[in-house]
Write a protein that binds this ligand. Structure first.
Ligand SMILES: NC(=O)c1ccc[n+]([C@@H]2O[C@H](COP(=O)([O-])OP(=O)(O)OC[C@H]3O[C@@H](n4cnc5c(N)ncnc54)[C@H](OP(=O)(O)O)[C@@H]3O)[C@@H](O)[C@H]2O)c1
Length: 244
């Protein structure tokens, strides 16, 4: 069984690559810098469409099939909307949103043909509740959540599993992006270990559940998400009634 994990040089991706290797998968680790773990280590920038398609073609030729694709590579640009660097944000949109789209477009035709396989997208709670000073990051995650949910429905008839993982704060290198410099860290005391997210990936591969939450240590997150869902449902009903 072959598993491809993007963003596998650090954090959640590295923990996921280790976990899947322990479970007996042949792991392809992908990142811009050289990954330390994985049976096959490939340096690819996921925002580069041609390189993503070339990589998938190479893997299909070499291994025949990709059983699991974990779209994890991503980063956040921190700051108020008026102050953040637009070039950095464009690169973030390409990495967090277009990267997973490129990989899914390249891999799914093979999964559909074989009527099997799992796509697991690492999203974020920020897809549900836009984090202040991480608005564009939140938007990339919300867009990925939309695609993941719709794809889950589209792929059911082909037997391909599609899941989104929604972690709260996780202890990784996420805040090492230069835009976080000097920012007071108020989240790390609630952050969970990346292995918790890796366990959620395994659950997604087994069950094909559409949404899996990985709450913070506060463990209140799922209630807030549910509350947000109810509020949105009410809002959409009202909007639908008056503007629909
Ligand atoms: N940490 C959190 O609190 C948290 C919470 C919810 C969701 N997430 C999501 O979890 C995912 C993993 O983040 P993390 O927290 O584990 O952060 P991390 O420790 O900084 O790891 C990010 C990984 O993505 C890779 N990466 C970044 N841009 C890339 C690109 N353009 N092409 C290829 N690889 C790229 C990095 O490797 P290179 O630099 O070597 O390319 C690294 O391996 C992200 O999608 C993030 O949005 C994180």
């Amino acid at each position: 069984m072959l598993a491809v994990v993007t963003g596998a040089s650090k954090g959640i991706g590295k923990a996921t690559a280790i976990k899947l290797k322990d479970l007996g998968y042949t792991v392809v680790a992908i990142s811009r810098s050289s990954p330390e773990v994985g049976d096959e280590k490939i340096q690819v920038d996921v925002s580069n469409k041609e390189d993503v398609f070339k990589t998938v073609n190479y893997l299909i030729t070499k291994f025949g099939f990709i059983d699991v694709l974990v779209n994890n590579a991503g980063f956040g640009v921190y700051g108020s909307f008026l102050e953040t660097d637009l070039n950095e944000e464009e690169y973030m949109i390409k990495t967090n949103l277009l990267g997973p789209i490129y990989f899914m477009k390249a891999v799914l035709p093979y999964m559909v043909k074989e009527r099997k396989g799992s796509i697991v997208n690492i999203i974020s709670e920020a897809a549900y509740v836009s984090s202040p000073k991480l608005l564009v990051y939140s938007a990339t995650k919300a867009a990925l959540a939309h695609i993941t949910n719709g794809l889950w429905a589209e792929m059911r008839k082909y037997g391909v599993k599609v899941s989104g993982i929604y972690p709260g704060p996780v202890k990784t290198n996420f805040t090492s992006h230069p835009s976080f410099k000097g920012v007071k860290d108020s989240f790390s005391k609630f952050a969970v270990e990346p292995e918790k997210v890796a366990n959620a990936v395994v659950k997604a591969i087994k069950t094909g559940k559409r949404e899996i939450y990985v709450p913070s240590k506060l463990a209140l997150d799922p209630y807030f998400l549910k509350l947000s869902y109810i509020m949105q449902s009410i809002t959409y009903r009202v909007i639908g009634k008056y503007f629909g």
